[in-house]
Design a protein around this ligand. Structure first.
Ligand SMILES: *Cc1c(COP(=O)(O)O)cnc(C)c1O
Length: 400
């Protein structure tokens, strides 16, 4: 006999177990016959445009579409991505050396530390932050240094609070604006400051811009690559998942510093053989359509949902600031009117809200210790369902 197990210890360090817990609460609620309104997962509930679906279908019919596509990305896709970046942000990216296609940006976010770091290196990560950031570090044996995102700083990390010794050992810094889960935005002034500090310390900035097209009230999120000289020290992840409702039709890209792009491309060339060509064709159509001012207008749908939901929630006694972007509401805990003798932390609120009202949200601490005191609500249901959710949450807050 021996004590081998077919499960690496590393898996236990991959991420928060709270997501598994929330999934279990949902399962229990469904089994109990509850009509669950699931606002916990950030998966778009809308389809891509008809022409994107048609491009995918037509490409999939072609007999020559089934070879290995290659991990760099097709010339057509890379050139279109570079053109879109120029159109959208006014930045010049060389499709040959400064771009690589990804099976969704998550593919790149999960593998980047393996491509850039050695065990024992440090990476700076936002807390709270998107879970794959920590998972990627755990896979590569890289030590995370959390950067707290706090309301009093507008949810921007305090770059001056990072110790000099950490700057020295850090290989890269993850930023994500507009952010998941905190729904905060950052301007070019902050990006310029980050670029300057990163350059001084030889740190690569990795900016996750998954929500570039999901902003409201006319706001247009900038690219960090708009900062002069940013390419010397920064790369940026782009995703078609949220912008064009293509989450299941996996495609994204990394743009920017050519050394970092080449490292990720080299790693991926040993793991995968690129994105299915019809998916790249569909992405070309989505980007072209966007440049022509057509295609899905995902932002306006989420903007209306945000307004309808938060107004209804305020009427129930829970006032939350309207986010400028993303599909998430990052809500400080509601004013609970019952059983106040036991502290209502984010875990207890989320659990009780689901079992008593059937509305599923994610407790803030699932995204890092700094997330305590908040819950994340995803606006991924139709307006009628969101109104229904707000009403149920109101009754839950009042203990009815
Ligand atoms: C949804 C999301 C992504 C997108 O991941 P894909 O793999 O491109 O679908 C990336 N970053 C954040 C913060 C997200 O919320």
């Amino acid at each position: 006999m021996n004590d081998k197990t077919w499960r690496a210890a590393r898996l236990s360090r991959l991420g928060s177990s709270i997501f598994a817990e929330v999934a279990e609460w949902k399962r229990e609620a469904v089994l109990a016959g509850t009509d669950v309104i699931d606002l916990s997962i950030g998966s778009p509930d809308l389809p891509p445009s008809e022409s994107v679906r048609r491009a995918l279908g037509e490409a999939a019919q072609r007999a020559d579409a089934y070879g290995y596509p290659g991990s760099r990305g097709s010339a057509a896709f890379l050139e279109q991505a570079a053109e879109w970046l120029a159109f959208r942000f006014g930045i010049r990216i060389d499709p040959g050396d400064e771009l690589v296609s990804l099976m969704g940006s998550q593919d790149g976010l999960g593998h980047l530390a393996l491509a850039l770091c050695d065990p024992g290196d440090i990476a700076l990560v936002p807390d709270p932050g998107y879970p794959v950031y920590m998972a990627g570090l755990a896979l590569a044996g890289v030590e995370p240094h959390p950067m707290p995102l706090r309301a009093e700083n507008g949810f921007l990390p305090d770059l001056d609070a990072i110790p000099e010794a950490v700057w020295k050992r850090a290989k890269f810094m993850l930023l994500n604006f507009p952010s998941n889960p905190v729904s905060a935005v950052a301007g070019l002034e902050f990006f310029a400051k980050a670029v300057e500090a990163a350059k001084r310390h030889g740190v690569l900035i990795v900016h996750d811009l998954a929500y570039s097209e999901l902003a409201f009230d006319g706001y247009r999120p900038p690219s960090i690559l708009q900062v002069d000289g940013a390419k010397e020290t920064a790369v940026e992840f782009h995703s078609l998942s949220k912008s064009f409702n293509m989450a299941g039709c996996r495609i994204g890209f990394l743009a920017g510093n050519r050394t970092a792009v080449a490292a990720l491309r080299e790693l991926k060339a040993n793991i995968d053989y690129g994105v299915f060509l019809p998916v790249q064709e569909a992405a070309v159509t989505a980007l072209k359509e966007d440049m022509a001012g057509a295609g899905v207008k995902a932002a306006s749908v989420y903007e209306r949902r945000r307004d309808v939901f938060l107004e209804a929630l305020a009427a129930e006694g829970w006032r939350v600031k309207r986010p400028k972007a993303t599909m998430f509401v990052w809500a400080p805990l509601p004013p609970m009117r019952w059983e106040q003798d036991i502290p209502w932390d984010s875990r207890r609120i989320s659990r009780e809200m689901l079992s008593r009202s059937g509305v599923a949200v994610v407790p803030g601490d699932a995204f890092g210790a700094e997330g305590e005191g908040y819950v994340r609500i995803a606006l991924v249901e139709r307006e009628e369902r969101l109104l229904e959710a707000a009403g149920r949450i109101g009754r839950f807050i009042r203990g009815e």
